[in-house]
Each structure stands twice: as C-alpha cells, then as structure tokens.
Design a binder for this molecule. Structure first.
Ligand SMILES: [Zn+2]
Length: 68
C-alpha cells in the first residue's frame, strides 16, 4: 500500500507539472491517505471480522479476507 500511495502522489505531482491542478487536488490527498493506511491496519486484528492475526499474515485465518 505504501507503493500505491507513492504512485498516487507521483500522479498528483505530474498534475502540478502539466498544470492539470484537479489531478493534484484529487491524487495528492489520496496518495497521503493510502500511504498511511498500513499504519492504522497493522494492529494485529482482521480488517473484516476483527479476529486476531499473526504478525504479517496476509489472509485472515478466520474469514479469509485479504489484509491489504
Ligand atoms: Zn477476518
């Protein structure tokens, strides 16, 4: 998700360079938001069912939801 955030930020800055400011207004906040998501999610619980997860577990063992 960190890479996705950086990618969205890059699109936003591309908008600045090419003077398409709605690009920047849309993608820069989105990029910052996406880049910060893993910090909030990495709390050891499933994002779908709130069940306990092992460290760095990508799929919830209880409900099968991917932990992005
Ligand atoms: Zn779950």
């Amino acid at each position: 998700m960190k890479i996705a955030g950086v990618f969205l930020l890059a699109i936003g800055f591309e908008g600045l360079v090419t003077a398409q400011y709605w690009y920047s207004v849309l993608f820069i906040p989105l990029g910052v938001f996406v880049a910060m998501l893993p910090i909030r999610i990495r709390t050891g619980v499933c994002i779908a069912c709130q069940g306990p997860l092992q460290r760095d577990q990508a799929i919830c063992p209880a409900c099968g939801a991917p932990q992005m």
